[in-house]
Design a protein around this ligand. Structure first.
Ligand SMILES: Cc1cc2nc3c(=O)[nH]c(=O)nc-3n(C[C@H](O)[C@H](O)[C@H](O)COP(=O)(O)OP(=O)(O)OC[C@H]3O[C@@H](n4cnc5c(N)ncnc54)[C@H](O)[C@@H]3O)c2cc1C
Length: 283
């Protein structure tokens, strides 16, 4: 279908994007890679009066170090994320999960920030941001604020972003020595959305798992931390992973759809968590 008519602007700075959003409020939408927004416009499930294209704002693209954090510009494409040496060195989980997103065409247009701001529960990268304890830097008419990933994903396709706010960059703590990571995704065919996904990071010390963070994709309206698993595996050896993974579905509200019923997803969450944690802990 042809989208409803809209105005289009392409500002050159964060301030100009924020000003454009502020002028039109709920009637404005940021355009990033367009991989989720354009289909919604074409289906007329979304019909903003104006698109504010963020493609020409240099500050929004690229990866840099800031002490013990990496800072990833929101408009950095999936392709750039996968290729970036800093991400591979310090936050390899992001590259590994992004390699499973869609196909090369989508990865060349779609952006890291767009995937987070869109907050699709089946999207791989929100769970990754949650497992890594990432923080979102957001600019609005009142200035900038930082929102932890644990507070950013509010509900189905809803984030803590206000209508006049732009996601500027994502701050990710570097994984230091002793940390391992793994993203385990179950999908029916390659290059498709996750039926369930598991992002795990773990720190090994003296032969045990000293600490772990596990986040689940598509086990509710938002990505969820498997906190029961995290507690159970803390201090355990690799032989304790299977028992801890049994707690993966606790506190989740998995959907039932054509890809699988909720109890099937719960089973997947337990199996995939076992695999992801074992790999993250170096097993
Ligand atoms: C065929 C196909 C398969 C896919 N498969 C997967 C998959 O397997 N896994 C996966 O994780 N994803 C998948 N995706 C989604 C892909 O990752 C998209 O890139 C992503 O969802 C949206 O990113 P975008 O940059 O295209 O954002 P857009 O489509 O431009 O925007 C999406 C939404 O986020 C808002 N937004 C974007 N950027 C910002 C910002 N900086 N600040 C504030 N709001 C913003 C927009 O206003 C819009 O509401 C798939 C997409 C397609 C088309």
């Amino acid at each position: 279908m042809i989208p409803a008519q809209f105005d289009y602007v392409r500002p050159g700075s964060v301030d100009e994007v924020v000003a454009a959003l502020g002028e039109r409020g709920d009637d404005a939408k940021v355009l990033a890679g367009g991989q989720s927004l354009i289909p919604l416009l074409r289906l007329r499930l979304s019909y903003p009066e104006i698109l504010v294209d963020a493609a020409k704002v240099p500050e929004l693209t690229g990866v840099r170090e800031d002490g013990d954090h990496l800072v990833i510009g929101a408009m950095t494409t999936h392709y750039q994320v996968i290729k970036d040496p800093l991400i591979r060195q310090h936050c390899g989980l992001i590259a590994q999960a992004t390699e499973t997103v869609a196909d090369p065409a989508v990865r060349h247009r779609g952006t890291f920030g767009g995937a987070l701001a869109h907050a699709d529960p089946a999207s791989d990268l929100p769970a990754v941001a949650l497992a890594l304890d990432a923080e979102m830097v957001v600019a609005g008419s009142g200035g900038r604020r930082t929102v932890p990933a644990s507070e950013f994903f509010v509900d189905y396709l809803q984030t803590a972003l206000a209508a006049d706010e732009l996601l500027v960059e994502i701050r990710v703590p570097k994984l230091g020595d002793g940390w391992g990571y793994h993203y385990e995704k179950f999908h029916r065919v390659a290059q498709s959305w996750a039926i369930v996904g598991v992002a795990a990071v773990a720190r090994r010390s003296d032969g045990t798992i000293a600490e772990a963070r596990v986040a689940l994709t598509n086990m509710g309206a938002t990505p969820v931390r498997a906190s029961g698993v995290e507690q159970a595996v803390s201090g355990a050896g690799l032989d304790g992973v299977a028992a801890a993974a049994e707690r993966a579905a606790e506190g989740t509200s998995a959907p039932s759809d054509l890809n699988g019923k909720a109890d099937y997803r719960e089973h997947l969450a337990r199996v995939l968590t076992g695999r992801a944690l074992t790999a993250a802990a170096g097993g």
